[in-house]
Design a protein around this ligand. Structure first.
Ligand SMILES: [Zn+2]
Length: 122
């Protein structure tokens, strides 16, 4: 898949933004950077990155692609300590909605990983 602007919304090109992390050429230095890269991975279908950056204690056995679901935008609401709160916009056919979540991250062997999150209403 060819992506020019990174789906995570930094305004940077994909290959110098989250693409580096998806390729394994760089590691996220902050929970926010990891969260953005996980969102972008969902958006471009790089589910191996989502899986790799999920804590083994909490990750599902496998991740299945959802071709009907399109991720259309990301806003980071708050990033402090090991938590990131964000709003992610999606579209499925002619339906649109958003996911508002506060995610928790942990450092494991020197790398940030996603642990879990609380979904917020609205
Ligand atoms: Zn990005």
């Amino acid at each position: 898949m060819l992506v020019e602007d990174c789906p995570c919304g930094t305004g940077l090109r994909y290959d110098v933004c989250c693409g580096r992390l998806h390729r394994g050429a760089a590691q996220a230095e902050t929970p926010e950077e990891l969260m953005r890269s996980r969102y972008a991975a969902y958006a471009v279908g790089a589910l191996d990155h989502v899986f790799r950056t999920w804590h083994p204690r909490t990750r599902p056995a496998s991740l299945d692609p959802d071709p009907g679901l399109e991720w259309t935008g990301l806003e980071v609401v708050d990033a402090s300590g090991d938590e990131v709160e964000f709003v992610a916009h999606w579209r499925r056919g002619d339906q649109a909605g958003l996911l508002h979540e506060r995610s928790r991250f942990e450092q494991r062997r020197g790398r940030w990983v996603y642990v879990d999150g609380d979904v917020r209403e609205g």
